[in-house]
Ligand binder design. Structure first.
Ligand code: PLP
Length: 379
């Protein structure tokens, strides 16, 4: 294949112009500092969006990264040195790193085949082995909702706190309820490649205002209410700037549009690859993914290496990536326990057979056809 004359990316920011109006207001009012009216507005608007059909309201806090939100969630959950945290195995490292910041120990829980997310049966098995575990850290991979009914039930049964990493799953729904509202603590990311972006940023969503206040206190250097700088705890500088929050407010207006266009990208791949021995990343019929990244897995027994497809795509100027490498296979987590109910781990199998496809919503039909042609030429 002749390489495409420009690069076709995996996912890049899509701006609309509304963002500039909020930024302009921040400049006009000289409100450039962290926190401020755009942060307040972004929190209120996101809270309203996530909880549109529910009575319980999630209290939102803007932060400078999804990772910062995860760190504060781990602190709020009370994770201390040596505490076991049961974590999704197939996710991005940012989901699980904050456990280490607080001295906790990750035990990784295998995926199941229907969503590629945490297997409830493996979670149950993990609780049998670690009945003392009090926190579960769950991620929705590539925007596909996990089996939340089972996961929430198991957490309740074992009196464990659920932290939901919805960094990739903003606007995804499970049985009509938005991802990012199932956990006691939930996080979002607005990193540059996510479905909406603030260039960089994140949000923590708490069930009660007291937890939100505590997180804000830690995020603003743990300054005690005194005239002088008084500190009784270690704090962090995790605040979001009022300028950046303006980008988020403008982006939020286009979130549903982004979701629809992500789904259209997925559907085009699904249709065009239907006759090849591959499957797209699967989801449950009672869930509505945001299709943040379209992925495919080469069927078992087919002698086509997904790494060869990734290399071929890259050689043709198309950005593609292997599936996120499971955490229990990462050298940094060597020695951590991994719980599976299968003879051979599902996460390892998906990693061995899968790849992430370009999913930029600005990709034209022509560009996507080119990507599809390259993929087809590998079979
Ligand atoms: C992007 C991402 C994060 C980290 O968010 P940042 O805003 O980049 O810190 C955490 N978890 C998952 C699953 C992600 O994809």
């Amino acid at each position: 294949m002749t390489p495409c004359n420009h690069r076709i990316p995996l996912a890049t920011p899509t701006m609309h112009g509304d963002e500039m109006a909020y930024i302009q207001e921040a400049f006009d009012r000289n409100w450039i500092a962290p926190l401020g009216f755009n942060c307040d507005g972004f929190e209120a608007e996101m809270g309203a969006y996530l909880n549109c059909n529910r009575k319980t309201y999630h209290h939102a806090l803007c932060l400078n990264a999804g990772t910062a939100a995860l760190h504060l969630a781990v602190k709020l959950a009370g994770v201390k040195r040596g505490d076991i945290v049961l974590c999704s195995d197939m996710t991005f490292a940012a989901t699980v790193n904050p456990v280490t910041y607080e001295g906790g120990v990750q035990v990784f829980v295998d995926s199941e085949r229907e969503t590629w997310n945490m297997d409830p049966r493996a979670l149950e098995k993990a609780f049998e082995k670690y009945p003392q575990a009090k926190v579960v850290m769950l991620a929705h991979l590539y925007g596909t909702p996990a089996r939340m009914n089972e996961i929430v039930e198991i957490c309740k049964l074992h009196n464990a706190i659920l932290i939901e990493d919805a960094a990739e799953a903003l606007s995804s729904e499970y049985r009509g309820r938005k991802c990012g509202t199932f956990g006691k603590y939930n996080i979002l990311s607005f990193n540059g490649n996510k479905i909406i972006t603030t260039s960089g940023g994140g949000m923590l969503l708490c069930e009660n205002e007291a937890d939100r206040k505590k997180a804000l206190f830690w995020a603003t250097q743990a300054r005690e209410p005194a005239l002088w700088y008084q500190h009784e705890e270690i704090g962090y500088n995790y605040r979001m700037s009022n300028v950046v929050a303006g980008i988020g407010r403008g982006q939020l207006k286009h979130l549903e549009n982004h979701r629809e266009r992500k789904e259209a990208v997925y559907r085009r791949y699904e249709k065009a690859l239907a006759d090849l021995p591959v499957t797209m990343n699967p989801y449950l019929p009672d869930s509505k993914p945001n299709f943040w990244l379209s992925c495919m897995a080469v069927d078992k027994g087919i002698k086509v290496d997904p790494l060869d497809i990734v290399c071929k795509l890259n050689a043709c100027n198309v950005e593609a990536r292997p599936i996120w490498k499971p955490m229990h296979m990462q050298p940094v987590f060597k020695g951590h326990d991994f719980i599976s109910v299968e003879e051979s781990p599902v996460s390892e199998d998906i990693f061995a057979r899968g790849l992430c496809l370009p999913s930029d919503i600005k990709m034209t039909g022509e560009e996507q056809n080119y990507v599809i042609d390259v993929i087809r030429s590998c079979f």
